[in-house]
Design a protein around this ligand. Structure first.
Ligand SMILES: Cc1cc2nc3c(=O)[nH]c(=O)nc-3n(C[C@H](O)[C@H](O)[C@H](O)COP(=O)(O)O)c2cc1C
Length: 374
């Protein structure tokens, strides 16, 4: 039997075989060379990074069309009401943006109960877009929104292109409305009930129609319930969206006690919370590589590490959703923590953290993200 080549790495160090050395074991530094000047050589002292006060770190996010968020931490639609409900608990003016509850043309009473249930690492909800309709939303809340520094984005839902366009028209020019986030994970009645979000042509059609109806900044929210997000993301960007938000909930069901029927009154619910974060990261990673408009990440954010992960895969900002139910103060704390971590690393802007985990740009559309085939 042939003897294995041993690599001796230095006195007292564990020898590692050349073949067995795992690829991810970092190479050890070379021992100092002996020579006439080795005794007098001064070991260079690494300069400490300059710490920047958190208050001086630039957290602003420019989403285009005049919409500049004061910082990249927003609250996700459906988890922060219309913002005013949280006024006593949260300093809403410290948030980067508020995506209000899904708003439709006419009032909706929502789905039959039960509407929510806990799941491992998350929750299922089937609220069914309960809301008082766009006119009532404007009347009740827009005045309060004008008093905030934090931009409010109205999350718009509908069952036809006409619905979306009409809601957008009514929001256009309303003081206090900083922009629109289109929730296209809705059944498209005109196309047999298939969601706008799962079909590139339907997603582009509704985006383009709303784009023509309003000059408001237009964000479009991607659904994860598709085989390949990239053609859909591209179609929405080409149709005139200013930014993408990703992701909405994943379709799921739970079973009722006794196991004779599904638990939720609507049978289907949307899965959210930490359980969906890896999927959200994957969607952001894929979308960010095929569009040149900003992408905002959503899905399972519960701490600063989650925020940094989303930035690393190309998100310019994040939304916090389900975690707000456990701790409404979390988003504001994340703003402070992000500024502090940047300051400690000597970064004058958080933007240096964006896209660090993306592959280098080749100019060609990426083929990454379709490689995992179960
Ligand atoms: C109770 C509840 C209601 C929601 N309502 C809406 C909605 O009206 N419109 C929308 O676009 N997304 C809605 N969402 C989805 C969230 O905005 C977010 O995309 C999703 O929950 C993933 O983020 P998270 O894991 O941080 O919660 C809702 C989520 C929850 C939990």
């Amino acid at each position: 039997m042939k003897a294995r080549r041993r690599v001796v790495t230095g006195p007292g160090r564990k020898a590692v075989s050349g073949r067995e050395r795992p690829a991810d074991v970092a190479r050890l530094p070379a021992p100092p060379r002996s020579g006439p000047d080795s005794a007098t050589r001064v070991t260079p002292v690494r300069p400490k990074p300059v710490v920047i006060p958190a208050a001086d770190v630039d957290l602003a996010v420019d989403l285009g069309r005049g919409l500049v968020l004061p910082n990249p931490i927003l609250v996700a639609s459906g988890t922060f009401g219309y913002g005013v409900e949280y006024g006593d608990v949260v300093d809403v003016d410290r948030l980067g943006g508020i995506c209000c509850k899904g708003t439709t043309l006419k009032a909706r009473i929502g789905n039959p109960t039960p509407r929510v249930t806990e799941t491992p690492g998350g929750m299922l909800n089937s609220i069914g877009l309960q809301n008082p309709g766009v006119d009532a939303v404007i009347e009740k809340y827009a005045a309060a929104w004008t008093t905030w520094r934090t931009p409010v984005l109205v999350n718009v839902a509908g069952e036809s292109v006409h619905d979306y366009v009409e809601v957008a028209r009514r929001l256009d020019g309303v003081p206090g409305v900083a922009g629109i986030e289109l929730n296209i994970s809705c059944p498209n009645v005109g196309r047999g009930g298939l969601q706008f979000a799962i079909d590139a042509a339907a997603a582009a059609e509704v985006t383009a129609a709303v784009r023509r109806a309003t000059d408001l900044p237009l964000l479009v929210k991607l659904s994860p319930n598709v085989a390949d997000i990239r053609p859909i993301a591209r179609a929405i960007a080409d149709a005139g969206a200013d930014a993408l938000t990703a992701i909405n909930t994943l379709s799921g069901i739970a079973v009722a006690p006794g196991r004779r029927r599904p638990l939720l009154g609507n049978i289907y619910g949307g899965l959210s919370g930490p359980a969906i974060k890896p999927i959200a990261l994957r969607v952001v990673y894929e979308a960010a590589q095929v569009v040149s408009i900003p992408v905002i990440g959503i899905g399972g954010v519960t701490d600063l590490a989650d925020v940094l992960d989303f930035l690393a895969v190309g998100a310019v900002a994040v939304q916090v959703g389900t975690a707000i139910f456990a701790d409404p103060t979390l988003p504001v704390r994340l703003v402070d923590e992000l500024a502090e971590v940047c300051g400690r690393q000597g970064l004058s802007t958080y933007r240096d953290l964006i896209g660090t985990a993306l592959p280098p740009k080749t100019g060609l559309p990426s083929v990454k993200g379709v490689e995992y085939r179960p």
